[in-house]
Design a protein around this ligand. Structure first.
Ligand code: AMP
Ligand code: GLY
Length: 464
């Protein structure tokens, strides 16, 4: 597919984690791109572009860099700079930006904003109540007879703001921690108490220019640190795609009840949203329910997305940035399955070790159909050393999920550093709840990818 602006351009990727390495890797393979810059990048992005030592939250530095380097596209990875208005500032300088302005980023930056928007537009989500006083929250919790309940801090908390509470005592403890002790600062000034949802979790991401939607292949991210989906939540310990339990009928429901309505909701609110709409969903017995919206690509979901996307990603990023996504043809997807195993540093998701030299990267990267994406790494001399909790994401493609698993774990076995650990069951989820739709139709192999105008389904039928 040809982009309208065929002149090769410099692309700046903002961020330095696994998602940004995956984006830089994919973008660097585009004939539309002359060079990829990463700010700040990591030890892995050096292979796909030029790292520039500007932090993702240094908004002045990023704007200066993008202007001075005359970047033809800026792709913003993490949520913090989006919520702090980086996209607004870059757009004010006339740059093409992939990522929503601060008003759209509130979808992720404020759980209350998101919940209120979902409610106003009747988008299915768990029942909830908001509180801005600890006393009122605790009185409410004491009236509840159904447990567990979920407590969420309103503001951004780097994945540490959601608490699944088994009983009233635990829940009141969380309220005190957030609202009295202010453990998460202003992020916990207001809280949401939400119904606990049972089902299968899945991430559905779409690229949008605010008018058209390009729904990407769904991905499952194993959020919990322990085998069998147990233990504390993390940023994500591994991914798989495609998602066998997502039937075509379920994908259609998600498109029609969640993705198209949220885009419509943003338009009604007069929010010009250009970037990724990421729905974290629980597929329950009663259908899909939104757990959260994110305003950016998932990490590590993106690592699977770029491995499975056969088409060039850049035309879609540019078209979204330039409000002309509706004119793009749907992309092609590799029908093979992808598994991504996150290798983490000892201690993660708590305080973790840093600075350990990583061995075996070349051997792992040379394995058939394997790409090793760096996340928390930096270079010391010529060597890569650990520099984050999630250090690498080792991805592999295979005809079936099991084939991809074998290849991915074969590559993981070649990598070593002191304190390295990973889950051994990525791609083999614990059956948490009922599987819906069993036998209703075939599992989605190549799911969506068409552009859909709000108000229409994929086949042009009106939304129910
Ligand atoms: P969130 O940041 O809102 O997606 O929450 C982080 C994780 O907590 C999710 O990925 C789920 O695994 C879990 N979670 C959040 N809300 C709920 C809920 N209402 N019911 C069950 N689990 C939840
Ligand atoms: N993998 C979860 C997230 O990106 O929020």
């Amino acid at each position: 597919m040809e982009s309208k602006s065929a002149e090769p351009r410099k692309v700046l990727v903002v961020g330095g984690g696994g998602r940004e390495h995956a984006l830089a890797w994919k973008i660097a393979r585009s004939p539309l791109v002359s060079e990829v810059l990463c700010a700040p990048g990591n030890a892995g992005t050096r292979a796909d572009g030029r790292n520039v030592a500007v932090a993702a939250d240094d908004l002045d530095g990023i704007v200066r860099l993008a202007v001075e380097e005359e970047c033809g596209l800026v792709v913003i990875g993490p949520e913090d700079p989006l919520c702090n208005g980086l996209a607004d500032r870059l757009r004010a300088r006339g740059l093409a930006v992939f990522g929503p302005n601060a008003d759209g980023a509130r979808l992720e930056g404020s759980k209350l904003f998101a919940k209120e928007l979902l409610e106003r537009h009747r988008i299915p989500t768990g029942a909830w109540r908001r509180f801005d006083r600890a006393g009122a929250a605790k009185s409410y919790l004491e009236t509840l007879s159904v447990w567990p309940q979920v407590i969420k801090a309103d503001g951004l908390a780097a994945g540490k703001g959601v608490f699944v509470c088994a009983d009233v005592r635990e829940a009141c403890g969380v309220v005190d921690t957030l609202m009295e002790e202010k453990k998460l600062g202003a992020a916990g000034d207001q809280i949401v108490v939400e119904e606990f949802l049972v089902g299968q979790e899945v991430s559905v991401q779409a690229i949008t220019d605010g008018r058209a939607l390009l729904i990407l292949e769904p991905v499952v991210d194993h959020k919990q640190v322990g085998e069998g989906d147990t233990g504390p939540n993390t940023g994500g310990m591994g991914i798989y795609s495609p998602v066998p339990f997502l039937t075509q009928r379920l994908m259609r429901q998600i498109e029609q009840r969640v993705m198209i309505p949220i885009l419509h909701a943003l338009r009604v609110e007069e929010i010009d949203y250009r970037g990724v709409l990421y729905a974290g969903l629980m597929v329950t017995e009663a259908g899909p329910r939104v757990l959260e919206f994110n305003c950016r690509f998932g990490d590590p979901e993106t690592q699977a997305t770029v491995r499975r996307l056969s088409s060039d990603l850049v035309p879609y990023l540019l078209a979204a940035a330039e409000n002309r996504l509706g004119a793009e043809e749907p992309p092609e997807w590799d029908p093979r399955a992808c598994i991504g195993v996150v290798a983490a540093a000892e201690g993660y998701p708590g305080p973790y070790r840093k600075g350990d030299p990583i061995r075996g990267l070349e051997e792992a990267g040379a394995c058939e159909d394997v790409v090793v994406f760096h996340a928390g790494t930096r270079t010391e001399g010529d060597a890569a050393v650990t520099n984050g909790g999630r250090v690498l994401c080792v991805t592999a493609l295979g005809d079936e999920l099991e084939d991809a698993r074998t290849l991915a774990y074969g590559a993981v076995d070649k990598i070593h550093w002191n304190g390295m650990f990973c889950r051994s069951d990525i791609g083999r989820p614990r059956r948490r709840g009922p599987i819906f739709d069993e036998g209703a139709d075939d599992a989605v192999e190549v799911a969506h990818g068409g552009s859909v105008e709000p108000g229409e389904g994929a086949d042009g039928a009106p939304i129910a």
